[in-house]
Design a protein around this ligand. Structure first.
Ligand SMILES: [Zn+2]
Length: 107
């Protein structure tokens, strides 16, 4: 699941240097926060802590691992890492699909 970065929506600068209008949000959203979301989840529009308006920051979402789970758990990779993988063949028998173990095992 990708992680998206959010930050508080900064109000437009005002001419008045003493204005406190720039003090929007809490520590969480002023520093920016990350949310792990599905691609199809709606964007977060307000800070979970203080309800200030937030926006999704530009940039590609970051994924937890660079290699996909499918690659990591592939038959080839498991064999290379020293794992032996068995697939259920039915009747209590398991047939080896990767690794150096016995060709089949029986429960
Ligand atoms: Zn906040």
């Amino acid at each position: 699941m990708p992680i998206y970065e959010y930050g508080v929506v900064k109000p437009p600068r005002t001419a008045d240097p003493d204005s406190t209008a720039s003090e929007v949000g809490c520590e969480t959203c002023r520093a920016g926060f990350q949310a792990m979301q599905k691609m199809c989840d709606p964007k977060i529009t307000s800070c979970p802590d203080c309800d200030a308006p937030v926006e999704r920051l530009l940039g590609a979402p970051s994924f937890k691992t660079s290699a996909s789970e499918k690659t990591l758990l592939s038959t080839d990779n498991l064999g290379k890492k020293g794992f032996t993988r068995y697939d259920k063949a039915g009747g209590g028998e398991w047939v080896k699909t990767a690794g150096a173990g016995p060709d089949s095992i029986r429960k």
